[in-house]
Design a protein around this ligand. Structure first.
Ligand SMILES: [Zn+2]
Length: 548
């Protein structure tokens, strides 16, 4: 098998027994030895290729424990309206998009995102009539930068079934024309989410493969060598996703190590999926593995749908929504467990966290500590919840990159008392909760250095607040890298093969442009990747792209 020596590096190994080394040997896909330059060069023979790391900081490849890779790829196919400063500019952007459209990703629909009328010279909301001037044949839906408000043309309103007879859905609003029941085009909250259900995702396997490859190319540029992705929500049928990833793996085109999180929200869907595919968690290869089933148990803080134990501080009437009753959720999770499925549940509010933990406690015996059930997001917690997570060995899949956005609203939503014990990542780590790092892209960008920056500084990207937001919860650089390496590989039962630069581990590592350990924390968000190696193969090199 082909051997390579990597030397002259400042290598952060994440191996507690030997935290730093200068050099290592890779044979095939694995690291077979680490040590000083001298120790490693003693193994040099004529044929061994030597790579000079030029004194650069090297760390294990980063592993995003929860994102939506296809969702990210598709978000790049929408009309970007972020920079529009008038309705006219929106119309221009859409017309340009239609002219240059090479392929359709949402069926006939034209989907745009990012407008904000408060940035317009004349701050007025777009209307259905305005969009009709762009197209009356194709449905158009443009969501506002906040994702809570959208505007649709009449074709789209008709396809979704919004008319003067339609009542406002619960938790949402269809804006009407003055003195009329006729929709004017603007839809809010659940009315917008309802409309989303009508947008077809891609169905063509080849098209999905191309989307995956494009997204992977972006991912390796920021140092992601492993991705745990929840993609079923982006397409009509999960089978097309499975087929696309399967084809890419077989052809060798899939470089990033993928772990698929399988969104199967009802008992019926879960049963049918297992019966027809025979899939269970941890099946697969080192490039493509099936991960946990994914269940959404509540909503979000922004829309006040995350379920809380006590009402929202800025809306005493609202406590959020549990998506499932206890018995219903337990039935799904119990069945999943019985079929060899790992469990990953989206939970943001404390009430949801308590619901999930209560069920997990009931379905696993005390000695079954290796179930690695996961709660994705874990935002509103208290010390009792954190203690219980540690006791039950439940993994927290956190998104440090949410913090710069969330810190603006969380105190308003839940009040200081509850915030104090929320986003408590240091407390989790110190209390023995396994913590995995992720982005939830496309909700936030998947560049892991933004997440590491947030976890280390607890500041937003403008550097505020200077002292950090609840700074006692700041992580060290090593801890923050740890959650994106050790933590994320633990979440997929792969801590003995991934996440360290150590003998026997997969040769997944990245070379950084500067030493993340010693630069001022404020600079971490600007760290870039010079080279990314997966299984000893260089899958991205900054040098090469420069030469091209
Ligand atoms: Zn997600």
């Amino acid at each position: 098998m082909k051997k390579q020596i990597f030397m002259n590096g400042k290598v952060m190994t994440m191996n507690q027994e030997q935290k730093e080394c200068e050099a290592f040997i890779v044979e095939g896909e694995h690291i077979i030895k680490t040590g000083s330059n001298e120790e490693i060069l003693a193994f040099q023979k004529d044929k061994i290729k030597i790579v000079d790391l030029r004194g650069k900081r090297v760390i294990p490849g980063l592993n995003d424990s929860h994102m939506h890779l296809l969702g990210y790829a598709l978000s790049n196919k929408k009309v970007d309206l972020t920079h529009c400063r008038s309705l006219e500019e929106i119309a221009q952007a859409i017309n340009r998009y239609i002219e240059n459209e090479d392929d359709q990703y949402f069926g006939e629909w034209i989907i745009g995102h990012g407008w904000n009328h408060e940035n317009f010279q004349v701050p007025q909301l777009p209307t259905a009539v305005f969009l009709d001037e762009i197209s009356q044949e194709r449905p158009i839906l443009l969501s506002r930068a906040c994702y809570h408000i959208g505007v649709m043309n009449h074709k789209a309103l008709e396809m979704v079934g919004f008319s003067q007879e339609t009542e406002n859905p619960e938790g949402g609003h269809i804006d009407r024309l003055p003195n009329s029941e006729k929709p004017m085009g603007i839809v809010r909250e659940s009315a917008l989410y309802h409309a989303h259900d009508f947008i077809p995702g891609p169905e063509d396997v080849m098209q999905i493969q191309d989307l995956i490859l494009d997204a992977c190319q972006d991912a390796v540029k920021v140092g992601l060598t492993s991705i745990q992705s929840d993609d079923f929500g982006a397409v009509k049928s999960p089978n097309t996703v499975l087929e696309a990833y399967g084809n890419l793996e077989k052809s060798g085109a899939l470089k990033v190590r993928m772990n698929l999180q399988m969104l199967l929200p009802t008992l019926d869907k879960l049963q049918r999926f297992i019966k027809t595919t025979g899939i269970h968690s941890q099946m697969g290869s080192e490039r493509l593995k099936y991960g946990p089933i994914k269940i959404l148990a509540d909503g979000s803080l922004g829309s006040r749908t995350a379920a809380l134990e006590r009402p929202y501080s800025d809306d005493e009437e609202t406590q959020g929504v549990l998506v499932y009753g206890d018995a219903q959720l337990e039935e799904i999770l119990r069945y999943g467990k019985s079929q060899g499925m790992q469990l990953a549940i989206h939970g943001i509010g404390d009430r949801t966290m308590n619901q999930i933990l209560g069920i997990v406690e009931g379905i696993f015996q005390k000695d079954e500590i290796n179930h690695r059930s996961r709660i994705i997001h874990c935002q509103i917690t208290d010390h009792a919840i954190i203690d219980k997570m540690a006791k039950l060995h439940v993994i927290a899949d956190i998104q440090p990159g949410f913090m710069p956005t969330d810190m603006k609203i969380v105190e308003r939503r839940v009040g200081r008392d509850r915030v104090k014990e929320s986003y408590n990542w240091k407390t989790m780590l110190e209390g023995g909760v396994p913590v995995a790092g992720s982005s939830d892209s496309p909700v936030e960008p998947f560049n892991p250095f933004l997440g590491i920056y947030s976890a280390v500084t607890r500041r937003n990207f403008d550097g505020e607040p200077k002292a950090g937001w609840y700074p006692e919860q700041r992580l060290t650089v090593e801890e923050a890298i740890g959650i994106y390496t050790l933590g994320s590989s633990y979440a997929t039962f792969e801590e003995n093969s991934k996440g360290k630069i150590q003998e026997g581990y997969l040769a997944d590592f990245i070379v950084l442009d500067r030493d993340i350990q010693t630069i001022p924390p404020q600079e971490i968000k600007g760290v870039t990747v010079e080279a990314t190696y997966i299984g000893g193969e260089c899958v991205y090199s900054h040098e090469e792209t420069r030469q091209k």
